[in-house]
Design a protein. Structure first.
Length: 317
């Protein structure tokens, strides 16, 4: 490890995943000044994983005055302890914030990626200027974050904001979380890929199969997105079915939280962006809120860098 970094005017954002650690230096306006990444050691010892994080931080050789970390949950945002993340089995009740503070002698905050990204969008991105923000990142899974008056809503135990595991069909497919009909198991990338494979297996014709080199089992949501962009009818049908389940879910969110903006990020959200107007127009039909049609639906500002920006946002006050 290098010598502890000196205090500077910027914040270090750290995004820890199961396979990589991305780091970036972020200024007070949310601009990422420089960034880098290193591989994560997820299946070794707790210390080896921690060393992967410090290697990534040291690789920037930059001055910063605080460190904000997006870490896999479950975690305790108050203490910065990572509890038992499925994709980082090496960390169990790991005091990440405490160890990073001891190594670098600067303030450290830790939160999950969706919460942090929601805060970054509120501070600097698509939700800037709004008071009641609901953010969803839709990709391999669905993560959500809630920001009220500039602060992440954590709830009583720190576990609030698990919108991806709000069920819209109690008889629906079993989600890996143990519940049935969660929006994640119905609308995230794997669900889109599964719908495509089922339709192609039943004989539907589509360039999706060409993109998968004729192998139905190789079809993923990425192929659906590429085919839709090229005008494929089956790909459009699959994405419209995804919209069909997202709209009632968002209606529940609106009636529960009454946000003044909805923000979506992630790869699947980018794929669905051409349908945002349709989602917004259909939303009042799934809400009792009489002003649901006034709520803007925006694409997130930070794409692949949401974790870095989110980490920095945790320390931006």
């Amino acid at each position: 490890m290098t010598e502890p970094a000196k205090h500077g005017g910027a914040i270090l954002g750290v995004d820890i995943g199961g396979t990589k650690v991305a780091v970036g230096l972020v200024d007070r306006e949310g601009k990422i000044l420089m960034q880098g990444r290193k591989p994560m050691v997820a299946n070794g010892t707790a210390e080896a994983a921690f060393e992967a994080v410090t290697d990534a931080i040291d690789s920037l050789a930059a001055n910063f005055h605080s460190i904000g970390i997006c870490a896999p949950g479950p975690l305790d945002p108050k203490t910065g302890v990572v509890l038992n993340p499925p994709n980082l089995p090496c960390w169990r009740n790991f005091p990440l914030a405490e160890k990073i503070t001891a190594a670098y002698h600067v303030p450290v905050k830790v939160d999950n990626d969706a919460n942090a990204a929601a805060l970054a969008e509120t501070r600097w991105g698509a939700a800037r200027g709004f008071r009641y923000v609901f953010y969803a990142t839709i990709g391999t899974g669905i993560g959500t974050g809630i920001v009220f008056d500039g602060c992440i809503y954590h709830g009583n135990t720190g576990s609030a904001g698990e919108g991806g595991h709000v069920s819209i069909d109690y008889r629906g497919p079993l989600c890996p979380c143990g519940k049935r009909g969660c929006i994640e198991v119905l609308a995230a990338g794997p669900a889109i890929g599964a719908r495509a494979r089922a339709k192609l297996g039943a004989g539907s014709k589509s360039m999706i199969l060409d993109l998968a080199r004729g192998d139905v089992t190789a079809v993923t949501s990425e192929f659906v997105g590429k085919a839709y962009a090229a005008g494929d009818a089956l790909a459009r049908e699959i994405l419209e079915e995804t919209v069909d389940v997202l709209v009632p879910w968002l209606g529940n969110i609106v009636d529960l939280l009454d946000p003044d903006v909805l923000v979506m990020g992630g790869g699947v959200a980018a794929m669905l962006q051409p349908f945002f107007a349709e989602i917004k127009n259909r939303l009042p039909g799934w809400c009792v809120n009489p002003r649901a049609n006034e709520i803007p639906l925006r694409m997130a500002y930070y794409g692949a860098d949401a974790g870095i920006a989110g980490g920095a946002a945790l320390c931006s006050e």
